[in-house]
Write a protein that binds this ligand. Structure first.
Ligand SMILES: NC(=O)c1ccc[n+]([C@@H]2O[C@H](COP(=O)([O-])OP(=O)(O)OC[C@H]3O[C@@H](n4cnc5c(N)ncnc54)[C@H](OP(=O)(O)O)[C@@H]3O)[C@@H](O)[C@H]2O)c1
Length: 326
């Protein structure tokens, strides 16, 4: 099969011919139609995530997300799955076979049925962003009626968070963005109020939209936004931070969080408990079946352009970067 490959001591992505992998016990093989690219993919390739990229003497096919059709199953998997359209999660986690290839293999439970009404592009946009968003939105209490702040509302995770919050009947949904193009994307996704976090008066605008304060935060840049978050938080708010680079340091005003019983939570998708991951998949699956999820504007690349696709994500492309294999 053709695959985009790095490793063997290099971070460079090149197109190579590899033996088509066979699905082991409990696994499925998927003919990939679309591979989705996320920041985690280029960061891991460049050794910035702390997760082990391909060992020095081995190859790695990148990309966690994708969508396609099951074409073979391993022992213990129902043969009725052959021919099923699926979206994929964490394909390259602890595996050499990510989705930037004509075929990938992964555990059967990481290939989720994709309804006929959903495109492969949408399926390839779900994995990392939707599961991260679903986890961040989920708490002991239901989301219905709660005021939500999604920082970075035009990003892949932010987009999914707005749509999932809308699907779960959150109360006021506020998104922060840096300019008009991203504001339009956040509004299209379903944000009630969109605020430029770089402009003066952001806290006042958020408070005007959510008078009793924000109950749940899906936070992309805690180190930069904690002050703003605390300025608009409701008592007993939950702030979940899901992104940081190695330099990110937040100063926590302990008394302010303590006095308002605010919970500060951190998450990394690869480390969430299996039951929590299953819950995030289930929320995403229900929202998808209801037609509540959409793609951001697409930036399409071919498999031979996989390196350019990674570069586009690294440069902060506005929209969703996908690699077309069909
Ligand atoms: N913990 C996990 O498991 C997990 C899962 C998924 C993603 N991530 C990480 O989360 C980050 C976002 O991922 P993504 O796929 O959504 O990326 P993306 O599509 O590039 O979106 C990031 C968005 O955040 C916005 N942003 C940046 N700084 C901001 C700030 N201070 N306040 C508000 N918005 C800000 C950006 O727009 P502006 O810069 O124009 O504001 C951009 O729209 C990446 O660093 C990724 O590695 C982590």
């Amino acid at each position: 099969m053709l695959a985009a490959v790095y490793g063997n001591g290099s971070t460079e992505l090149t197109l190579q011919e590899l033996p088509t992998p066979e699905p082991g016990p409990g696994m499925v093989r998927v003919k990939v139609a679309v591979s989705g690219v996320n920041p985690t993919d280029w960061k891991t390739r460049k050794g910035l995530t702390g997760r082990t990229p391909a060992s020095a003497d081995s190859f790695q096919v990148p990309n966690q997300d994708g969508a396609g059709t099951i074409d073979a199953v391993g022992d213990g998997v129902d043969e009725a799955r052959i021919g099923e359209r699926v979206w994929l999660l964490m394909a390259a986690h602890n595996s050499r076979y990510g989705t930037a290839a004509e075929y990938t293999v992964l555990p059967s439970e990481q290939a989720i049925t994709l309804p006929d009404t959903a495109s492969f592009e949408l399926g390839a946009s779900l994995g990392v962003p939707a599961l991260t968003a679903a986890y961040c939105l989920t708490a002991h209490e239901p989301l219905a009626g709660a005021a939500v702040l999604v920082s970075g509302g035009a990003g892949a995770v932010g987009h999914a968070a707005i749509e999932l919050a809308r699907f779960e009947q959150a109360g006021q949904i506020v998104a922060t963005v840096s300019g008009p193009e991203k504001a339009a994307l956040a509004r299209t996704a379903g944000a009630d109020t969109v605020v430029n976090y770089r402009a003066a008066g952001a806290a006042e605008q958020i408070r005007a939209a959510a008078a009793h304060g924000i109950d749940r935060f899906v936070e992309v840049a805690l180190d930069q936004n904690l002050e703003l978050d605390l300025a608009v938080a409701a008592p007993r708010a939950l702030i979940t931070a899901y992104a940081a680079d190695a330099q990110s340091v937040a100063q926590v005003a302990v008394r302010r969080l303590m006095a308002a019983n605010i919970t500060l939570r951190f998450m990394l998708l690869y480390a969430v408990r299996p039951a929590e991951r299953r819950a995030a998949v289930e929320l995403t699956r229900r929202a998808l079946a209801a037609g509540a999820l959409t793609t951001l504007p697409l930036h399409r690349f071919t498999l031979a352009q996989a390196a350019a696709a990674h570069d586009a994500v690294e440069r902060g492309a506005v929209g969703k970067v996908v690699i077309d294999l069909s």
